[in-house]
Design a protein around this ligand. Structure first.
Ligand SMILES: *Cc1c(COP(=O)(O)O)cnc(C)c1O
Length: 472
């Protein structure tokens, strides 16, 4: 009893010695670049942290509350608040279209377009010929038609929005027939059955999980049917005793029955990926050529552009979709438009597009080029890390990412790091906390840096971050 009373007294004493906010502000360098508002916030947060720690029973002496102890903590906290939350990272995962790291990188021509769109007025919705109001889509529609062979097209915020908008326009309150094998979930919140429900269309599932036949669709068609939908299974593959109805057969059936046919292509590509050693996937052009009425795909997956959902198809259907009020809510901004136009223009030249669009260039990169990059990194790390971290290079496999071609990999080269003085989890965490965070893959108790997704211009930066973290 007496003992705890004494403790209480000491605690109160200690709490009274926590500096007041104004007192602390007096210690802060008046020349600091940080806005006063931020300085005050950080001071309050720090003092609160100290108070909570004391109340929580953490060991504190009066010396711990002195200026020379608190100021370095304040400086560190302030520095972390001064850093932008949205930052550049080095993607050493080898996943090219990494959804968590911004998917596709834009080429310079697209960046120039973004800069101009942001810093100067533009003809976003102004027709320069008539001097009247124009449509923002008109600026890319012709390019989309030229490249895909479609009659018409429009662009919305992302592919999820494109699917939702198409379903809402074509099948609200009616039925959409989909194969059971295609009721996929793509990255957490996009599930075909859920998107369908939100759009107000009723899902009619046909076939079995592994096999669906044309007659399954035929039998499910009723006077309530509004659309036949095919969904690219993107991020998963079925193997074994399976069969899917080819899109062209679905189109024939749909048109016989007077029904539109739609395909959600997901990662739609305008070029044949087999030239990178990847599997053969139907391109957007080939999909359009089947006669499908509506096709949706992402702007920032294999296309390599900004985040967008592209809808191409027949003139009549695209015109109806354009008139849907939901379209206004899902519309793209001027940055997307500027970036997308620049990317689409690059596709006009088949000879140069692969080297000009970073996503394609990274997929097409030759092993020898990646290996040379790994060697350059190794040469920088080796002399610095002796006794601190073992480092060597090794073959690895990169992934396309973005839910595309999940079971296919590309041969690559990685630098492997095994820290000797700290645990791997700590090492990985410190690399994430660096000024330019480095994100790799943990495999077999080592950190693997796949050099496919690291730019040549990042090697030096990457090396100095790794060295600094290893020697901390
Ligand atoms: C990725 C994907 C989507 C979602 O596209 P976002 O552009 O990410 O909105 C929808 N359908 C399929 C088949 C996909 O692969």
């Amino acid at each position: 009893m007496v003992e705890s009373k004494k403790k209480q007294g000491e605690l109160q004493q200690l709490l009274r010695h926590i500096p007041k906010v104004d007192e602390f502000l007096g210690w802060v360098d008046q020349e600091t670049e940080a806005p006063l508002r931020l300085v005050k916030k950080v001071v309050r947060e720090l003092l609160d942290e100290v108070r909570q720690a004391i109340i929580g029973g953490a060991e504190h002496t009066r010396d711990d509350l002195a200026r020379h102890h608190l100021m370095p903590r304040f400086e560190r906290l302030l520095a972390s608040f001064m850093q932008p939350n949205f930052r550049t990272v080095i993607n050493a995962t080898g996943v090219v279209v990494h959804t968590n790291m911004g998917r596709s990188l834009l080429p310079e021509s697209a960046m120039a377009g973004l800069l101009a769109a942001g810093s100067r007025y533009s003809n976003l919705e102004f027709d320069l010929t008539t001097g009247k109001r124009g449509s923002r889509y008109a600026l890319v529609e012709e390019l989309l038609c030229e490249l895909t062979g479609a009659e018409a097209g429009l662009v919305v915020n992302n592919n999820a929005a494109a699917v939702m908008l198409a379903l809402d326009t074509l099948a609200k309150g009616q039925e959409v027939i989909v194969s059971r094998g295609q009721l996929v979930e793509i990255g957490g919140s996009f599930r075909i059955p859920d998107v369908m429900e939100k759009s107000g269309a009723r899902l009619v599932e046909v076939g079995a999980t592994n096999r669906t036949h044309l007659h399954d669709y035929e039998q499910a068609i009723s006077d309530q049917t509004a659309l036949l939908l095919k969904v690219h299974t993107s991020n998963y593959r079925m193997i074994g005793f399976t069969s899917e109805v080819p899109l062209v057969d679905l189109v024939t059936l749909g048109h016989e029955m007077g029904l539109p046919v739609m395909e959600d292509l997901g990662s739609g590509s305008l070029i044949d990926l087999s030239r990178f050693g990847l599997g053969r996937e139907p391109t957007v052009q080939e999909t359009v050529a089947t006669g499908a009425d509506v096709i949706t795909f992402s702007g920032d997956k294999l296309l390599g552009g900004p985040q967008a959902g592209i809808i191409v198809g027949s003139k009549e259907i695209i015109a109806t979709i354009k008139k849907n009020p939901l379209n206004r809510a899902l519309r793209i901004d001027k940055f997307t438009l500027a970036g997308l136009e620049a990317i689409l223009r690059l596709y006009l030249d088949e000879q140069t597009v692969v080297s000009q669009v970073p996503t394609l260039a990274m997929l097409a990169q030759e092993y020898a080029v990646i290996q040379r990059r790994a060697t350059r990194l190794l040469r920088r790390l080796k002399p610095e890390l002796a006794g601190v971290c073992s480092v060597f290079s090794q073959d690895t496999e990169s992934m396309v990412g973005g839910g595309a071609l999940p079971e296919q990999t590309l041969p690559s080269r990685a630098v492997i790091l095994q820290p000797q003085r700290m645990r791997l989890s700590r090492f990985e965490q410190r690399l994430r906390a660096a000024a330019i965070p480095v994100i790799g893959r943990v495999e077999n108790d080592a950190l693997l840096l796949d050099m496919r997704t690291v730019a040549d211009s990042e090697v030096k930066e990457l090396a100095s971050t790794v060295v600094a973290v290893c020697k901390e």
